[in-house]
Design a protein around this ligand. Structure first.
Ligand code: FAD
Length: 295
């Protein structure tokens, strides 16, 4: 039996696993998709110490190497249920596991536009991952929705692939770091439309053909990349675990939820600055706390 099972193998879960293993605890990580989590979708990272510039997939690979070097067990299985009995029982799509402690590091999922036809256009014009889908829009016109760091970072990446980018933001100003705003404003094929919202999607031959803006003009674009925020990814977590008003898991200073032995870290909680380094920090803190209490 494992002392602790971590759900999610992004930067938060990986950091926790490294500290737990080095504290001599028996640890398993369960990941439904790819080791590295969201890192696999990021073009360039320039604010993670130790790497002045690195692609997300390369950083994910470095983290995976460290997991292997430490001989930490991990399995690619999606967790679908957790039960809180004498021991905790985790059900995945393949197995059932018993453990004394669980760390939920399952991150969050991108919000969608909530428009008619959006669902059927995902992968056919609508995307939330520039690094995954950008190349399909080579030399085409696209739009990006959102004015935060992620939206601008991905606009800069896509500007080297596509023909023209229109950034649509609901408010009258961008909400990103100054240096990103400067770079975007200096990029000749990026245009920003303030106070603008997509009000309808135009579909032709099962693909996106254009977008209606503010119930008026139609902008002909082949793709729309959506970066308008996130929702917590915790449907599999038992309802007894308390959530905040945005639906994120509530934790105390040690990242423990209201259920003893169930912890939550990284972007599974409403972390103020959602960054790789802050996600890693929560993983280290929770692991050291658990290790201290298991001595
Ligand atoms: C476009 C973009 C650009 C970014 N750029 C930067 C940047 O330059 N610098 C920076 O510091 N941060 C950046 N970030 C933020 C950074 O990616 C996050 O802060 C970080 O990935 C959070 O780590 P995490 O481990 O909490 O969650 P995640 O990375 O989201 O990992 C969660 C993991 O849990 C897994 N999971 C979910 N549900 C289950 C389940 N039921 N069963 C098993 N596994 C499950 C997921 O598959 C995923 O692998 C960027 C984010 C985006 C979207």
């Amino acid at each position: 039996m494992y002392d602790i099972i971590i759900i999610g193998m992004g930067p938060a879960g990986i950091s926790a696993a490294i500290y737990l293993k080095r504290s001599n605890l028996k640890v398993l990580i369960l990941e439904k998709s790819a080791p590295g989590g969201l890192l696999n979708t990021i073009d360039k990272i320039e604010n993670y110490p130790g790497f002045s510039s690195i692609t997300g997939p390369d950083l994910a690979y470095q983290m995976l190497l460290q997991i292997k070097e430490n001989a930490i067990d991990y399995r690619i299985e999606e967790v679908i249920d957790i039960k809180n009995q004498d021991l905790k029982i985790i059900t995945t799509t393949k197995n059932e596991y018993k453990t004394a402690n669980i760390i939920i590091a399952s991150g969050r999922v991108a919000k969608t536009l909530n428009l008619d036809q959006e669902r059927t256009l995902i992968g056919r014009g609508i995307s939330t991952c520039a690094i995954c889908d950008g190349f399909f829009y080579k030399n085409k016109d696209i739009a990006i929705v959102g004015g935060g760091n992620s939206a601008l970072q991905e606009a800069l990446y896509l500007s080297k692939i596509v023909k023209n980018i229109t950034i649509l933001i609901r408010s009258s100003q961008l909400k990103a770091e100054d240096n990103l705003i400067q770079k975007v404003k200096q990029t000749s094929n990026i245009n920003i439309l303030y106070n603008s919202q997509i009000t309808a999607l135009k579909k032709e031959n099962d693909k996106l053909a254009g977008i209606e803006i503010n119930n008026k003009e139609i902008l002909e674009v082949a793709g729309v990349f959506v970066y308008i925020g996130y929702n917590p990814n915790n449907n599999f977590v038992l309802s007894e675990v308390k959530r905040d008003n945005k639906g994120y898991l509530k934790v105390n200073n040690n990242y423990e939820t209201n259920i003893k032995g169930i912890y939550a870290i990284g972007s599974a909680i409403d972390i103020a600055e959602n960054q790789i380094v802050t996600a890693c920090a929560t993983g280290a803190i929770v692991a050291l706390h658990i290790a201290k209490n298991n001595k």
